[in-house]
Structures are given as structure tokens and as C-alpha cells.
Write a protein that binds this ligand. Sequence first.
Ligand code: M6R
Length: 611
Amino acid sequence: MCGIVGYIGEKQAYPILISGLKRLEYRGYDSAGVSIFNKKVKVFKKKGKVSDLDDFASKQDTAGTVGIGHTRWATHGEPNDLNAHPHESMNGHFILIHNGIIENYSKLKEKLIDRGYNFISETDTEVLANLIEYIYLKGKVSAEIAVRLALSKVIGAFGLAIICREEPDKLIAARRGSPLVIGVGDGEYFIASDATPIVEHTKSVIYLNDDDVAILSRDGLSLKTIKNDSLTPKVQIIDLDIGEIEKNGFDHFMMKEIFEQPKSILDTFRGRVSLDKMEIFLGGLYNVMPKLIEAKRIIIIGCGTSWHAGLVGEYLIEDLARIPVEVEYASEFRYRNPIITPDDIVIAISQSGETADTLAAIKLAKQAGATVLGICNVVGSSIPRETHAGVYTHAGPEIGVASTKAFTAQVTVLAMIAIVLGYERKVLSKKNYDELIKELHAIPTKIEKILKSNNNYLKVSKLYKDATNFLYLGRGYLFPVALEGALKLKEISYIHAEGYPAAEMKHGPIALIDEKMPVVVLAIKDKTYEKIVSNIQEVKARKGIVIAVVSEGDTIIKKLADHVLEIPETKDELCALLAVIPLQILSYHIAVLRNCNVDQPRNLAKSVTVE
Ligand code: M6R
């Protein structure tokens, strides 16, 4: 939700800001803007993509070595030039960019109007700019003090980068709830919402914590809290390669990320699953393992795709380890007064590690005394820092808004947890434990095989790209995959799609089926195979179009379905890892054929840092 970049140093700021914004565009892409200081402050902003801003701003005078830039996902006020960031305070003393929501902005706005302030945008950010300026002028204090005093009056979430016209050799950054990273260079500093715009300049970073304020100048950095307590900055070295954030010859990040899955899954279990020792070792959970093994209940929380991975986790942990599991949307969990006890283990799943609802749900679970674990992809993000322990998925940066490799990495971690717990709790025999470890090892090669059928998926996609609805059906481990397939299609191609447990179809959705309805059925040879064959017959009897994902060599469904997409056989417990791949590719091709912006679908943003 909104990308922030900032630069102060000896180099020209504009190219650094624009290239940084392009890397952060996955966080929001309805408007963008930059502000550069060079004797006076210049602000350029435009509705649309960062490239639209660049087309406009690069024709102007953008010289200057201090600047801030923003790419927006609108919350308050529609996407237009006026509501785009940066926002200037009424008298022009402060220019700021903001990620997050100022919840008490209307009250603050009323007070400022009473004191003579006018507003030109509909944003909460302009209120903050004016509040800082009001305190600055009225109190005759420094920019830093004005910022800290203003932030102490604010309710809500913010990641901020601020320029003060009278103190042009400084940038001020502050965070509460919205991520912010400082890049530390030689006589220069960078500010960004995540490390991707920073990594090409420096690998030394400081992750800001909630209520931190950083004051950056070419000579150094000072870090303190909003309440003015001094802090010692902790510089960390990030392990992120520039190649990981490029498209590497693919047309879209999404396709690159789909094709990366053999490697990303390998990276997820590298050093954790050993074929030599025949064991799974999860270092991040070492200290909490005794508690996990004895757990009476596990609650999994997440949003979107991460929630779907959580559902697979429920099936895995209940099946293999016999611990009761509940899976909750973080947004519901946090507001519905759930029963949480100190005996509970809560597992929060998040690719970005920044999802606002998941973070809030974690805080709630911690307050209730539960042990909270995280399964996250982005190292150093807020969720791993908020949880008691956890496992990084190590899938590498996921830039496409539609989550693909993050899902398979999350399911891989959940499978490892379930297998370990099953074995430690003596539910799984050593033989079954060993077999599952071997099969987990075989998954990347099996995915490589599925990826070779890309052309087949393209052919099917061409036939159904103009459909207005799709139904996805699956049973058992493949029910969450049906939900995930439907989500992938709707979010990038804007075709309405629904995922259902196959047996539920008879309880309503069957009424939707006619000769125009493509029904994607996940029909591999698992223990419900016969049942799903019957479900396919029910669809065919009503003239629906069946696209079936089947086990290699299946001859029965081949005769019934309109199209079959074969995947290698695997153990039932791991089938989600294979069955989701054809659905990802299908949705990708359909979206491309419909000329949709696959990596940046409308109305969406990669990490949802507002509730
Ligand atoms: O970063 P998170 O995993 O917490 O994000 C959760 C959802 O916002 C995310 O999975 C979303 O549903 C994706 N766009 C789905 O492809």
C-alpha cells in the first residue's frame, strides 16, 4: 500500500527516486510523485503509473541531491494529480509522503480549519502536513520537534518521509505500523518502504521500528523515538541480489515467479530437510518445539492466498499430527472477540510480513498470552519481528501482485511442520515420515515437469478467455487449491470465479452450470477419486465444460472431461504443491490474452498495510 523512497547525498536524487519507485510500484500504482530540493522545493505529481510521472517530470528541471518520491494506492480521495503525494503544507514549509492512514484526520482537520488552514486535496496526508506546519510555526520549534509533536497527536498508521523547506539538508523519516527501511551509504542515505529500491546502492540497512523517527543528513543519522528517547541504530546487511528483483527475460514477474517454483521450494527446505539424515529440522522453531508438540490447539491466521495456504496447513496438521487446527481470516479474528488462551499456538502466515490485519491479529493473540509463530517471506519485515518464533519461507522477492511462489513456499513450510509434529507425536511411523521426506524432495522436479506443458495451458486458455464465470472444484487437500485457483483468475483477469468443495456443488452452485460455464475440477488419484469422477459426471450431465487437473496417465477422466491437464502423482498430503501450478499458469495466460496488467491488477496492491 503505497511505496516510499527518499534520498539524501551527493548524487542526483531524481533518477534514484524514479528507479526506486519503479521497483516499489507493486505496492500501489494509481498515481505517483516526487519532490526534489535544490535551492527551492519542486514537486511533480501525476495520476497513473510511475512512467507517466517520469514522462512529465523528466522534461522539467529535476536537479537536486535531496528528494522524496511516492507511488500511491488510494485510501482517502480518488486517484488524481491533486491527491497524489507529495503533499505540501499550506504555507509550503513542509513536503511529505505517507503510507498508511491517519484515523483521526477529520478531527485534526476541523481544528486546523478553525485555525485558518485551507485544504486542496481530500487526503489525510495533507492534514498531517498542515498539523506539522502549524506546530512548527506556532511553537517556533525545529522541524524535528514539530514532526515528533505532531505524530504524538496522530492515531493511525504511518510511514513518512518529510522535507522541511528551512532545513533542506535533512530528511526526516518516521514509522508506526507501515514499514520503512533506511539504506546506509557512504555520505548518503536512502529511505524506502522495503529494501528492493535500496539494494542496488547499498546492502547496509536499518529497519525502523514503530514510533521511531530518523533524522538523516549527509553527515550522519540520528535515531530517536517520537517521545525523544535516543536510540542506537542497528545496521544489518541484507542478503538480496539485484537479479532477484528483475524479470530475467520473462514478460511478467508473475510468470517468472511461477517458473521459479522448483527453485523456490528447494530454497524453502534447503538446510531443513535432509535426505542423508532422513530428518526435518526447523531451527526457527527449535525453542518452541516442545510447546508445539504438546499443543492442544493451533490457530492459523492470514489473508488472501496466505489464508488458503493456512487451510492446507489445517488439513496437513490435523491429518498428520492430530492436533486440532482452526484457520481464521486475520481481519475477522481481530474484531470478532475470539477465545484465545495462553495454551494456544497461533501461526501467522504472510508473504510480505506487513499485512495490517495479520499484524493486528498477532498483537491480539500475544496480549491474550498465546505463543505466536510466523511463516513469512520478507526477511526483517514487521511480522517476523512481532512473533515469538517462526520460519522464513526463503522464496525470494515476490513482485507480481498475484501470489504464486509464496503460496507453494508457505505450504512447504506447513508440510514440514506437520510432518515433524506427526513424527514427534508418534502419529506418523518412521516409514511414513521417511516417505514424506523423500516425496517432499521430489516435488521441485515434478513441478519442472508440469511447467513443460505451458503450451497446452495456453491452448486451453485461448478457448475460455472470454468466459464470464469460472467454477473451481476440489476435495480434501485440493479444496483450498480450488479457492486459490479462483482467486488467481479473478484478481488478474477480472473474470468472476468461485472455488467450492466439489461435494458442495450440489447444494447451490450447480444451478450456475450450463454450456458456457468452464468448471476446473481438481481430480487427481487420491482417496476421493471416485467421488470426484461422479462430480465431473454431474457437471457434464448439465452441459458444463470440464477442465480437469488429473494424475498422469488417467484414462477415466480423459473420456469424460473436455480438457485434461496432467500432473505427476504424489502423496495426497503434498498434492496441493503440484495441483496449484496448472491453475496459476491458466490464470496467467487468460489474463494476458485479455490484455490485463498481470503484475499490477486494477485496484490492488501487493501488501495491504491498511485495514
Ligand atoms: O503478504 P500477505 O501474504 O500477508 O498478503 C496477503 C494477501 O493480501 C495476498 O495473499 C493477496 O491475496 C494476493 N494478492 C493473492 O494473490
